[in-house]
Design a protein. Structure first.
Length: 168
């Protein structure tokens, strides 16, 4: 009888593992995972584009930021970024605007990036419905990068999109 009980308990435990693992992976990450980008940052591209970004501290279930892109003293684009905990887990929501706050996406549309994983000072997202990945990576006390990843020959290859330095 005891042997049957142990087998039954083991069966229940093993049967529940995939569901528990799925919940853990889908709920992983939180806005606090992004805390290393809090503050005021600036990146300058080789073509003269300046990208300035400010991210507020994570609070509760969210963190927000904005970026302004300028070339030759004129704005080329704005971005509003929201990192939120949802029922599906951590997401990054991005909305783009041309000068004059003219939305590039439809009024109720935005780019959605789903959290995949995090390590020390590194967070990985994948764009929903696309084979595009974005990495936020701390490179030092006063530097972090946003990298864009695409599949090449079956492997993910990441290239720096912006390398930000803290504005003091």
């Amino acid at each position: 009888m005891r042997k049957h009980f142990i087998l039954f308990a083991l069966f229940l435990l093993i049967g529940s593992l995939p569901e528990a693992n799925a919940q853990t992976s889908s709920k992983a990450g939180s806005p606090a995972t992004m805390q290393f980008i809090e503050g005021h940052w600036r990146a300058t591209q080789p073509d003269g584009l300046t990208v300035e970004g400010t991210w507020l501290a994570p609070e509760g279930d969210n963190m927000v930021g904005m970026m302004r892109m300028m070339k030759d003293g004129k704005v080329t684009m704005y971005e509003i970024l929201a990192y939120e905990n949802t029922d599906e887990g951590l997401v990054s929501l991005v909305k783009h605007f041309k000068p004059g706050l003219i939305g590039l996406e439809e009024k109720d549309k935005y780019d959605r990036y789903n959290f995949l994983e995090a390590g020390k000072d590194r967070v990985l997202y994948q764009k929903e419905g696309d084979e595009l990945r974005i990495v936020y990576e701390k490179r030092g006390a006063d530097q972090f990068a946003i990298q864009r990843g695409n599949q090449e020959n079956g492997k993910w290859v990441f290239k720096d999109l912006f390398v930000f330095n803290r504005v003091k």
